[in-house]
Design a protein around this ligand. Structure first.
Ligand SMILES: Cc1ncc(COP(=O)(O)O)c(C=O)c1O
Length: 479
């Protein structure tokens, strides 16, 4: 029988047997198992080159802090799928809530009717909001979409166009989100024009101020707030400025917590000029830093709070939270989206909030955070010439290597006196993967980031820290 190429591929990919075999009663099966997953690998060539990947092979299952690959490799996961599966892979309560919801209603479109998990989630989120004024919710799918929604909201209600963001910020890959993303050029290179009306100031991070890791925090804050003042005087008038957007812990920019004084300074400027403060907790939120939201460490009130990632532990869900006084100004129909606030994702998120409370997740984050910082600082003490900085908050932690290259190196006070091997961060991350732990780099600097599950055991955390130390020592030996 003649089959077109696409029909052949379809049959292959679904393991459909030839018609004659089916007629003979031979059973076909439609799901890839580990043994036949390998045969799917060739289709990787049909996946866009625009996607990067840090490990080889097919991830076939995940449980708790571990994932398994088609070839039997079991890996300790210190990425949580980039800060998403914060309660570990396939948390039983979360997976069950999603599965149950699947048998009830999957798609109760948000512009057609409310569904129960949506409203139940709002009920559960209200008491954990970092400020009581945050009482109006819009649920979407991804972090980028939530950023778009927040910008749209800010422009609509202020009737102003311009947005101020932070150097080093990452807010996503859609056009508005890309415009306020300043962490790496790769995200927007060659695709201009981006959303206009975007300005940036430095974030209090010693690299951005040409300093060293010991540059006083107060000095960094002073310089950055000064830059904001002159930006508002020289480039974007307050009357044209809708919002300031920032991550309370700079993520893709290098895992740098924003000092309280900086956040307070931004709040004061916003209050003075009627500018809205948008706090992007897509990565730092939902317990990642030891409180539900990282902004809580400062006590500063956001006008708009964005969350996603850990919110539904792997099911696509994001939220834009503001106060009714603001969102009541939006015209019905101006916000929405086919899949926005999907019922299965919302059911999963409800289970996440319950598990966070019932399993004392924040306590675990704070206990494990102390252990992780202590282990990493010991490694830094043992290798002072190779490690420049250990920083972060909760279980959003980074190590920066002292590789004397990278942006601004010619002017960098640190570069002149450091001597770590080239590309140390990516080499260390690769060695960790070879030793059975997945870990990511971040930023344009030599930084490795730790994003382990928030409920990780002390034993697994130590295992990860040991693997990291061995990887560093091997890279140093190799030079
Ligand atoms: C702080 C922050 N904002 C926004 C985003 C974009 O989220 P998404 O990838 O879900 O679009 C990310 C993703 O890493 C993020 O870390």
């Amino acid at each position: 029988m003649f089959l077109t190429r696409s029909a052949r591929l379809y049959r292959q990919s679904n393991n459909l047997l030839p018609l004659s075999s089916r007629a003979l009663g031979v059973q076909s099966h439609t799901y890839a198992t580990s043994s036949d997953a390998a045969s799917l690998l060739e289709y990787g060539g049909n996946v866009t080159k625009g996607l990067g990947r840090v490990t080889e092979g097919i991830m076939t299952s995940g449980k708790g802090s571990y994932v398994e690959y088609h070839d039997g490799r079991k890996m300790l996961d210190f990425t949580c799928g980039i800060g998403v599966t914060n309660l570990g892979h396939c948390h039983p309560k979360v997976s069950k809530a999603a599965a149950d919801q699947c048998m009830n209603i999957v798609h109760a479109q948000c512009s057609i009717a409310f569904h129960e998990p949506y409203l139940r989630l709002v009920q559960k989120l209200l008491p954990i909001m970092p400020h009581a004024s945050l009482d109006s919710f819009f649920l979407w799918n991804s972090g980028s979409e939530a950023v778009e929604g927040a910008i749209k909201m800010a422009r609509t209600v202020t009737k102003r166009q311009n947005i101020i963001c932070m150097q080093g910020a990452y807010h996503g890959r859609t056009f508005g989100a890309m415009a306020v993303t300043k962490s790496k050029t790769i995200y927007s290179q060659g695709v201009a024009p981006l959303m206009p009306g975007v300005f940036s100031i430095p974030f209090p991070f010693w690299h951005q101020l040409g300093g060293t890791p010991d540059l006083a925090e107060s000095e960094q804050v002073k310089q950055c707030l000064y830059q904001l003042d002159i930006l508002l005087a020289q480039q974007t008038a307050p009357a044209d400025t809708a919002a300031i957007i920032l991550e309370p812990v700079l993520g893709e920019g290098g895992y740098v917590p924003a000092p309280t004084a900086f956040l307070e300074g931004l709040r004061a400027v916003c209050d003075k000029h009627g500018i809205l403060l948008i706090v992007d907790e897509v990565q730092s939120g939902f317990g990642r830093t030891g409180k539900f939201f990282s902004i809580e460490y400062s006590g500063v009130r956001p006008d708009i709070l964005i969350m996603a990632k850990g919110l539904a532990n792997g099911f696509p869900l994001s939220a834009v939270v503001s106060r009714k006084e603001i969102t009541d100004k939006l015209a019905p129909g101006s916000m929405g989206g086919t899949y926005a606030g999907n019922a299965v994702s919302c059911a999963a998120a409800c289970a996440v909030v319950d598990a966070m409370h019932e399993e004392n997740i924040l306590e675990n984050v704070n206990a494990r955070s102390k252990e992780l910082f202590s282990a990493l600082k010991d490694i830094k003490t043992a290798h002072p010439e190779h490690i420049l900085d250990v920083r972060g908050r909760g279980l959003m932690v980074a190590v920066e290597f002292a590789t004397p290259s990278g942006p601004g190196a010619a002017h960098d006070a640190v570069a002149a006196r450091t001597g770590a091997p080239a590309q140390m961060a990516s080499r260390v991350a690769k060695k960790c993967i070879e030793r059975g732990m997945i870990i990511l780099t971040t930023s344009v600097y030599e930084v490795v980031r730790f994003i382990p599950p928030l409920n990780i055991s002390g034993t697994d955390l130590k295992k990860g820290a040991d693997i990291f130390r061995e990887a560093i020592e091997e890279v140093i030996r190799e030079g």
